[in-house]
Ligand binder design. Structure first.
Ligand code: OAD
Length: 266
């Protein structure tokens, strides 16, 4: 049984029209996203940060998963065991058909909204991915989740306030300088500790954060393939057993078709 780990970053959503963080198209209103996605920016100007996140949410809603997202979802169905760790806060992997149970959003989910002080959370009811959720099922929702929907007065302007403690609500993502979510980190660690992986694919990320390189190396620790898919060199490149210097939407379908053909039929 072949165990597979895939790690993705913003480059995988680039071909769906979603700007990357550090690429030339990453700036928003001439503001550096790296400076906007911080607790300090939110404290300084919560309204500006919310404007940025609303524009990003809308851009994601208008986008479609691309061939890279679809290829990764196909690999998940054919591998013996599979986990995707994505740094992306969009829902394109999920909309390409990858099950939530096989995915860890290590930097959070842009469609979630949470209180900046207490643990009250709200989930923006998003036309694409949450319309199958029973809208009247609030009672069935986890007690800490209420659903906003853009139609019925969700936080479509201004800065929403917590209905519990009246503090500012914020996007449910990880900002610079903030710790990774414990539950998600534990899911990655338990997958890595259970066994090594025969195939590790790292696609569309600058591998800026040490934990990304650490997870990729530990997963491929017993001679597994470590494949990097990125037109540019990264700090991970020197560890890769294979470098694919092409866009993910071009390279991943071809690469994954070949991998799937070689996988033992489970
Ligand atoms: P970056 O913007 O740092 O890097 C995007 C990477 O994708 C670069 O290495 C590009 O060369 C590559 N790339 C661009 N187009 C591509 C394509 N079509 N196919 C394949 N690769 C392509 O984005 P991330 O590496 O995801 O964290 O950034 C990591 C984290 O830094 C983000 O999750 C965010 C940011 O701070 C938080 O917000 C906490």
């Amino acid at each position: 049984m072949v165990r597979v780990l895939v790690i993705t970053g913003a480059g995988v959503s680039a071909e769906s029209g979603i700007p990357t963080f550090r690429g030339k198209d990453g700036y928003w209103r001439n503001l550096d996203p790296i400076k906007l996605a911080t607790p300090e920016a939110f404290a300084r100007d919560p309204d500006l940060v919310w404007q940025w996140y609303r524009e990003r949410r809308q851009r994601i809603r208008d986008a479609q998963p691309n061939a890279a997202h679809e290829a990764i979802a196909k690999l998940a169905q054919c591998a013996g065991e599979f986990l995707l760790v994505t740094q992306n806060v969009d829902d394109l992997h999920e909309r390409a058909g990858l099950a939530k149970a096989e995915m860890v959003q290590i930097h959070g989910d842009i469609f979630k909204t949470r209180c900046s002080r207490c643990h009250w959370r709200a989930e923006l009811c998003n036309a694409h991915t949450r319309d199958d959720r029973d809208k009247s099922g609030l009672a069935g929702a986890r007690p800490s989740i209420i659903e906003f929907s853009e139609q019925d007065g969700g936080p479509e302007n201004g800065v929403p306030r917590c209905t519990k403690c009246d503090a500012l609500m914020r996007p449910g993502v990880v900002w610079f300088g903030e710790p990774l979510p414990l539950h998600e980190t534990e899911r990655v660690e338990s997958y890595l500790q259970r066994d090594s992986c025969g195939v590790v694919i790292v696609a569309g990320t600058t591998a800026t954060f040490g934990y990304i390189i650490d997870w990729a190396l530990r997963a491929s620790r017993r001679g597994g393939e470590l494949i990097e898919v990125n037109p540019e060199k990264t700090p991970l490149s020197r560890f890769a057993t294979r470098l694919v210097r092409e866009p993910a939407a071009v390279a991943l379908p071809r690469l994954i078709d070949r991998l799937v053909a070689q996988l033992p039929k489970t």
